[in-house]
Design a protein around this ligand. Structure first.
Ligand code: NAD
Length: 250
């Protein structure tokens, strides 16, 4: 396929590259996606729990759901996809990883300057007087009393996650947009695009002529704007794509 060869050539030439990841990239590490098998918890859908209204109604329930997910994420290990993307960041001079994932696996694989656009499940922020300066690390510890409270002001903590219906951090979005305006290659992996941010971000680069690669075993909303569709698992497709460029020795 001509476009796949073009993508490989762009990687070889160290062209400005952006990778956008979603839950599918961590699926191979045992972290369930929201949609598909394992997406339901006690008959609740993620869309009914990851909202400010759900937290206001029943913070205990929302924290119990996050605690279940935090336990899974803490036990998970980065996989081949995470390791490949970390290697890209190390070797490509102009590279940005934007992840929708909140599991911290990209950081644990070695990425240092990536953007976690939806936050991180191992951080929390204060809902009370501390406000925005109350953002803090909250590592997983078994049997943590729920809901957790702020050690500074005693108010309830909430997960440091961008919930459905909440706004993105404009500073982070600005960094994403700047990178996508310069990108000549965008690789989108493991996202359904049901949450529209990956499609929105990829279209910024597509409108400027960048090559868009979509890696997903099934068709996604990203597939519609993709030049190259790799219908496979991220943990297999990414390591194949990257040595094709990085291992050439040229
Ligand atoms: P999603 O659940 O909507 O879609 C996951 C996609 O991954 C699907 O299209 C599926 O076909 C694909 N997929 C499954 N296994 C794959 C694999 N091995 N390789 C490549 N693709 C694979 O997830 P989303 O699009 O990321 O959006 C949903 C929201 O879910 C995001 O806001 C994210 O914050 C949140 N979320 C995060 C995690 C996590 O941090 N690991 C897990 C679940 C949900």
């Amino acid at each position: 396929m001509v476009e796949l060869q073009t993508a490989i050539e762009l990687l070889k030439a160290q062209a400005p590259t952006v990778v956008i990841t979603g839950a599918g990239v961590s699926n191979e590490s045992g972290v369930p996606t929201f949609r598909g098998a394992g997406g339901l918890w006690r008959n609740y859908r993620a869309e009914d729990l990851a909202t400010p209204a759900a937290f206001a109604r029943n913070p205990q329930l929302v924290w119990e759901w996050y605690e279940m997910r935090r336990k899974i994420c803490a036990a998970a290990e980065p996989g081949a996809a995470h390791r490949t993307i970390a290697d890209m960041e190390r070797r490509l001079p102009e590279f940005l990883l934007i992840t929708q994932n909140v599991d911290g696996l990209h950081g644990r694989a070695g990425n240092r300057s990536h953007i976690e656009i939806h936050g991180n499940i191992f951080r929390a922020r204060c809902t009370g007087a501390c406000g925005s300066r109350g953002r803090r690390a909250l590592p997983y510890t078994p049997a943590m009393p729920l809901p957790p409270h702020c050690p500074e002001c005693g108010a309830m903590l909430r997960p440091d996650i961008v919930w459905f219906g909440e706004s993105y951090d404009p500073a982070l979005l600005g960094r994403c947009t700047a990178a996508l305006e310069r990108a000549r290659l965008v690789i989108v992996a493991g996202t359904s695009g049901v949450v529209p941010i990956p499609v929105h971000l990829a279209s910024i680069a597509a409108a400027r002529g960048a090559i868009i690669v979509d890696i997903n075993p099934v068709a996604s909303a990203v597939s519609e704007l993709a030049d190259v569709i790799i219908a496979g698992k991220a943990g297999e497709a990414l390591p194949e794509l990257w040595p094709a460029a990085a291992g050439s020795g040229e």
